[in-house]
Design a protein around this ligand. Structure first.
Ligand code: ATP
Length: 446
């Protein structure tokens, strides 16, 4: 983990937030390469959910959330972690971090009893400081999908089964944020709620577990994934069944994504006149909603509250898993080694670096600029002109940040119209006619 964190800082993937003021625990900022990597992961997820299927719509909703939403969803009462304080050193722990009844910091056994700690952040709304004028920062993106169910149904005329996808920030006041970007207080989720007829939920649940596992494999996670079926006694209040996709992170094997059968709990809990429907789960009694979140069943002609299957992935945990898997230290010969990120091409922050052999030669540099613009115009991602005058150093940098191809522009480019491609993983070099530039590049990136 230490090497990965150092690489992320050195090369501009991820920085501690507010670092110049000593940092804020559990908050990170993404740098020039981190934002590209994150955007590429989001793009891949969005494509697989929204563009490549015909049964999922996308939305982007507010972060500040009406208290009634999170009251009826059960979060106000149950979104808690058990917390224990050490009376000696005053440190604070999640109960599952206490081993053998000892404080992990000072080993004292003088501990408080366990008490629930609600993980939601509150903020005041408007200029008047009044205890009733507040909103929550959403602890998951899902609830805003549920409360928009009718809007989507009315505007798209969807019939079951169909899904609604969203990528966005979520906030949890974690008691002990830790392990770099694995457990943080502000993070991004990629969530999709797939609404199905009651009775078809088990089938769709199994299907989504498989689809999501395959998607992570396509992001380059081929070695360290596993599935964990959550024990009935550990299920969240809304869940009939949950499978976690686990990843072997540098600090241990932990959850990357959860796929839950949330039944009809959420739509049922946000619906008015609940007794008009055959709701199967034990919903929160709702007195404030003005809408029925139901779908008209084409066969029975009855309004039903759909069941929902939810694949919920953490983007930041995805970044950590993808970087972990890609991080490679390789011996070049008996004296030297190199670090490289073997990222899949579609996730690489920089798709190609165009490197002039001579920093101050206008012919070579102008040709390199031309090549950069030609490749950039293909719309395949960021291409950069790397005019440092030191080819070896540029190769090392681009290996470390996962750039699949370095393209060298030299005297032959000017005289013979050739360019040289260097492959990140094999370090092999091949020379092409400049007229083949676009085709060759497209081929490599696909
Ligand atoms: P955990 O048990 O690790 O706290 P969770 O079961 O509470 O996670 P969910 O509520 O299922 O997590 O959230 C869905 C996804 O959001 C998780 O699989 C994870 O990838 C991500 N996630 C949840 N909490 C955090 C956090 N504090 N920091 C980063 N990502 C998170």
């Amino acid at each position: 983990m230490d090497e990965l964190v150092a690489l992320c800082k050195r090369r501009g993937f991820i920085f501690q937030s507010s670092e110049i003021y000593g940092g804020l625990q559990g908050l990170y900022d993404y740098g020039p390469l981190g934002v590209e990597l994150k955007n590429n992961i989001k793009q891949s997820w969005w494509s697989s959910m929204v563009y490549e299927r015909d049964d999922i719509e996308g939305i982007d909703t507010a972060i500040l959330t009406h208290p009634d939403v999170l009251k009826n969803s059960g979060h106000e009462n149950t979104f808690t972690d058990p917390m224990i304080d050490c009376k000696k050193c005053k440190s604070r722990w999640r109960a599952d971090e206490i081993i053998d009844n000892k404080c992990p910091k000072c080993q004292s056994t003088d501990l408080t009893d366990e008490r629930p700690f609600n993980l939601m952040f509150k903020t005041k709304l408007g200029p008047i400081d009044d205890k009733d004028n507040f909103a929550y920062l959403r602890p998951e993106t899902a609830q805003n999908i549920f409360i928009n169910f009718k809007n989507i149904l009315d505007t798209t005329s969807r019939e079951l089964p169909f899904g609604i996808a969203q990528i966005g920030k979520a906030f949890r006041n974690e008691i002990t944020p830790r392990n770099f970007i694995f457990r943080v207080r502000e993070f991004e989720q990629m969530e999709m709620e797939f609404f199905v007829k009651p009775g078809e939920d088990d089938k769709w649940y199994k299907e989504w577990v498989q689809l999501r596992l395959d998607w992570w494999k396509n992001q380059g996670l081929t070695n360290n994934l596993s599935l964990l079926e959550v024990e009935q006694s550990d299920l969240a209040h809304y869940s009939k069944a949950t499978t976690d996709i686990m990843y072997k992170f540098p600090h241990g094997t932990e959850e990357l994504e959860g796929i839950a059968n949330r039944t009809d709990f959420d739509l049922g809990s946000h619906t008015k006149n609940q007794s008009d429907f055959e709701i199967q789960s034990t919903v929160t009694k709702n007195t404030t909603s003005n809408s029925k979140l139901a779908s008209l069943c084409s066969e029975s002609k009855k309004w039903i509250i759909p069941f929902v299957i939810e694949p919920s992935a953490g983007l930041d945990r995805g970044v950590l898993a993808i970087l972990t898997e890609a991080f490679t230290e390789e011996k070049i010969d008996s004296n030297s080694s190199r670090i490289l990120l073997k990222l899949p091409t579609h996730l690489a922050p920089i798709k190609a670096a165009v490197i002039p052999l001579k920093k101050n030669n206008p012919d070579i540099v102008n040709k390199a600029k031309e090549v950069k613009l030609i490749l950039q115009s293909l719309g395949l991602g960021r291409i950069i002109l790397e005019n440092t005058g030191n080819i070896g150093k540029s190769y090392r940098k681009h290996d470390e940040i996962g750039t699949p191809i370095c393209i060298t522009i030299d005297f032959n480019t000017i005289e013979k119209n050739t360019i040289t491609f260097r492959d990140r993983d094999t370090m092999s070099q091949e020379t092409y006619d400049i007229n083949d530039l676009k085709d060759r590049f497209r081929e490599i990136l696909s």
